[in-house]
Design a protein. Sequence first.
Length: 259
Amino acid sequence: MDTSAYVKAVFEQSNTFADWVHGQDAAAPVPTCPKWTLADLVDHVGGTQRVVAKLVGERMTEPSRAFASYVPGPTDSAQWRAWLTDAAAEVKQAFELVADDTPVWDPSGGAAGVQFWSRRLFGEACVHRADAAAALGIQYELAPEPAVAAIEDWLDTMTSRGYWENRPDFADAMRGGGQTLHFHATDAPGEWLVRREPDMVVLERTHTKADVAVRGPATELLLVLSRRRPLDAAPTLDLHGDRALLDHWIEHMDWVNAG
């Protein structure tokens, strides 16, 4: 997927999310984010999109002013649809104003800028729509190809140099001596090898033997890797190798603000 495809998907998924949550109980718990209510989830989705729209649209190379502009979501759930669709529209407009190589700050450490944020918002939209589905008892569906793209976002973000350097707790937990994990989507092209090294986590797109391997439908794989579904509740996934290594990996996939 390219930047425009990511942004289009963010817009579409955000509007679906807005339709789902509109008028719902703001205090409803979100099982996949145990510390959050539905209001917290809505606030995070819409607020984050507005921050990124400001970063990208104003071509910021330093993020403090964008983060300082964070606006909490409405407390009245009857206002949620309009607030969320406005945020998605701001994102769409912001990305229309820039090119892929426009300098924009991002936390990856790789100076990916515009491309980083289009993919990161896409990954967020996929995962948080799963959160809303869990909170509201709605069946979650995602086609295999976008599910693979969301896995790519999740793994690339969590193994980035910026994440390692900015999250010392994650770095301490993930330091290793070459232990490997292999993830393989079976219904769309997508394979990843993760290797834990003393000073980084290495991500490769390859097929090879590993200490533990998980394979199965891309959407199921996404939900398990992003901690939205326990492995034991994902019977379509096949596990081979060191279960404890996989459990340790998933336990520490705690992206900031649970998402």
